[in-house]
Write a protein that binds this ligand. Structure first.
Ligand SMILES: Cc1cc2nc3c(=O)[nH]c(=O)nc-3n(C[C@H](O)[C@H](O)[C@H](O)COP(=O)(O)OP(=O)(O)OC[C@H]3O[C@@H](n4cnc5c(N)ncnc54)[C@H](O)[C@@H]3O)c2cc1C
Length: 309
């Protein structure tokens, strides 16, 4: 089994989210000649729900999925690079800024946040948000080595989760693995064979009900066939979409009481070089307003980079 290494890459502008806001920002930045990476997270854009759109100018009627594909194609045509990956860690207060995915650490001059609001609705485990960075992790490659020789609980039920569990185990981490959704493992035959070869299996019937500790993770409560019991662990690795509140919770970004990311009239956030667009700002909650804010955020980012250099 090969051990994955985090690769460092560089961009002029990094855009988190590839819905109408992120794709439009990508189009504007790439067309201006900048090196642009657009992160297309696991959690779908609202347009992936494939509804009928009758209020986007230029199209009397179009399926939202088709419109989303057109947005992406247009941005790619001008050179924006789309990467299928979730942002799982951010450091936005300094210059340059850093955003981590499972496999890459991206160094960038400016960031445009266009994550929409869907992920905010993801059900979280009680305690999950409290212990992010203090025992709760979403990234085996980033944090696994810190847990060598220690006990962790892994939760996840897809191909990536299986690969991450194998990676943790290879790093010498003591892993107990729950699919977390009561479903049998959802992996290919090849991954199933790799798991069997390495004597790794996932438990289906147990679910984590809560995470506890004093300052950092010390134990979890597990529900097994209707009965609850405690299990002492040093960490909990959660391999599924990361809730936005966990991603942004430890940043210094300013949110209002409705959890809308606060921006000024040119889409600037309270952090220098960080801009936001689309549903995350609650600025219209429409495709056309998301695209408009994406364009405005891109123009503000371009101006910021011009003045900085
Ligand atoms: C059922 C329904 C019908 C609607 N009908 C209409 C309509 O008819 N007309 C209209 O104008 N609007 C409509 N809307 C609203 C419209 O879909 C949204 O306003 C629009 O999609 C917002 O765009 P966005 O780019 O801000 O966010 P989204 O389209 O939600 O895109 C967010 C993107 O961020 C990504 N992301 C999230 N977290 C991360 C992360 N951690 N790392 C990397 N990427 C991440 C997601 O993968 C996604 O690509 C409708 C919405 C719904 C739900």
């Amino acid at each position: 089994m090969e051990q994955k290494e985090i690769q460092q890459i560089q961009a002029d502008v990094l855009i988190i989210g590839s819905g109408p806001a992120g794709s439009t920002a990508g189009l504007y930045c790439a067309r201006s000649g900048l090196k642009v990476i657009v992160l297309q997270g696991k959690g779908a854009s609202r347009l992936s729900l494939d509804y009928l759109v009758e209020n986007y100018p230029g199209f009397v009627s179009i399926q939202s999925g088709e419109l989303l594909a057109k947005f992406k194609e247009h941005a790619q045509h001008f050179g924006a690079k789309f990467m299928e990956a979730d942002a799982i860690d951010i450091n936005l207060s300094m210059d340059p800024k850093f955003v981590a995915t499972r496999e890459f650490l991206i160094e960038t001059g400016a960031v445009i946040i266009a994550t929409g609001r869907m992920s905010g609705k993801k059900k979280m485990i009680p305690g999950e948000e409290t212990f992010v960075g203090m025992g709760v992790s979403y990234c085996a490659t980033c944090d696994g080595p810190l847990y060598r020789g220690r006990k962790i609980l892994a939760i996840g039920n897809d191909e990536e989760a299986a690969e991450d569990v194998m990676a943790l185990s290879q790093m010498g981490v003591e892993v107990r693995w729950l699919t977390g959704d009561g479903q049998p493992l959802q992996v290919s035959e090849k991954i199933a064979a790799d798991l069997a070869k390495n004597n790794i299996s996932a438990e289906i019937d147990s679910i984590v009900s809560s995470i506890h500790g004093q300052g950092r993770v010390e134990k979890v409560v597990i529900e097994e066939k209707g009965e609850e019991r405690e299990l002492e662990v040093d960490g909990v690795f959660i391999f599924r979409e990361m809730p936005l509140s966990s991603l942004f919770g430890r940043s210094d970004l300013g949110f209002d009481h409705k959890q809308c990311l606060i921006t000024d009239g040119s889409q600037k956030t309270n952090l220098e070089g960080v801009f936001a667009a689309g549903d995350i700002t609650c600025g219209g909650m429409q495709i056309v307003t998301a695209a408009g804010e994406g364009a405005r955020a891109a123009m503000a980012a371009l101006k910021y980079l011009r003045q900085k250099n």
